[in-house]
Design a protein around this ligand. Structure first.
Ligand code: ZN
Length: 296
């Protein structure tokens, strides 16, 4: 049986927030089994915000969770690291409204999680096992999840921009080392033309070439890319962060075309609500039992 996991020792990380530009400190602490990922705003009376769909707030630029009028934003790169490394239970103390952006990827979080190590808990992990497709479309954008024996994502982006055309990638997310090698180092990206607009709205105050890939009309403003297709890799990373709010590992093949945070979270919500589309089960090497939900 596969057991739930927490971290073996505390982790402390600090850095600036992408949107607020403020310096923020995060402490990850081991947590008891079945508590999930819970953020705690130590600067706001210790309000606890579980990282689940019930607590997601509206936003198009980052993933935001909220409770009792207090929020934490830009949780997706940390959540992607926790979800992909199968860290089920952890307490995340934070002294500000936003998770530090660091280098704009999940790389630093993965590195620190590896240093701290993971510890098995005395509880079995149950997987959200999909047994029929769930689909969300919006104009020419689409995303769907299909029954699959593993957790896989196939993602395509297609921008009408001289520096970024069509990119496509398929990744088996729980294959040992796959997330760390292929996705975690991929940085968030933005267009030079959008940066000014974001700044005027009070966003991206902490943004710089140290924490985002910026695409200008003439080329990439950064010294270089980490992967030729870094942008689609970051999209899959974001997808993992957004799906993590299901609160359980998903056994499905997610296929996305021109999607983003909005469509990712709509898919997560639709899966969550479609209780006839999945069942909870311990890990098994076999393919999902497509009749199981009907029998339940
Ligand atoms: Zn991102």
């Amino acid at each position: 049986m596969k057991r739930r996991q927490t971290i073996a020792s505390p982790i402390e990380i600090s850095g600036i927030g992408l949107h607020t530009g403020k310096r923020i400190r995060v402490r990850l602490l081991p947590a008891p089994a079945n508590t999930g990922v819970v953020f705690v705003r130590t600067d706001a009376g210790g309000v606890e915000i579980p990282a689940t769909l019930e607590h997601v707030g509206p936003s198009f630029y980052a993933t935001v969770i909220q409770s009792s009028g207090v929020e934490v934003s830009t949780i997706e790169h940390l959540m992607a690291a926790l979800y992909s490394l199968l860290v089920d239970d952890v307490r995340v103390e934070i002294d500000g409204p936003e998770v530090p952006i660091l280098d704009g990827s999940s790389g630093p979080f993965v590195e620190r999680l590896r240093e701290a190590g993971l510890r098995s808990l005395d509880a079995e992990r149950r997987y959200m096992t999909l047994i029929r497709p769930v689909t969300v479309t919006h104009d020419d954008k689409r995303i769907a999840a299909y029954p699959c024996r593993e957790y896989r994502a196939t993602y395509a982006i297609d921008f009408d921009h001289p520096q970024l055309g069509y990119q496509e990638l398929s990744v088996s997310l729980w294959r040992e080392g796959e997330f760390e090698a292929k996705l975690a180092p991929a940085r968030t990206f933005t267009f030079e033309s959008e940066v000014e607009a974001l700044r005027k709205r009070g966003l991206a105050q902490g943004g710089s070439l140290d924490n985002a890939v910026v695409l200008g009309e003439e080329g990439i403003l950064n010294p270089g890319l980490r992967f030729e297709d870094e942008c689609v890799r970051h999209k899959i990373l974001d997808l993992c962060g957004d799906l993590s709010l299901l609160g359980r590992p998903l056994r499905a093949h997610v296929v996305a075309y021109k999607a983003g945070h909005d469509l990712h979270s709509r898919l997560a919500r639709k899966i969550h609500q479609s209780t006839d589309a999945w069942y909870l089960a311990p890990w098994s090497e076999e393919a999902p039992n497509l009749g199981a939900a009907a029998q339940a």
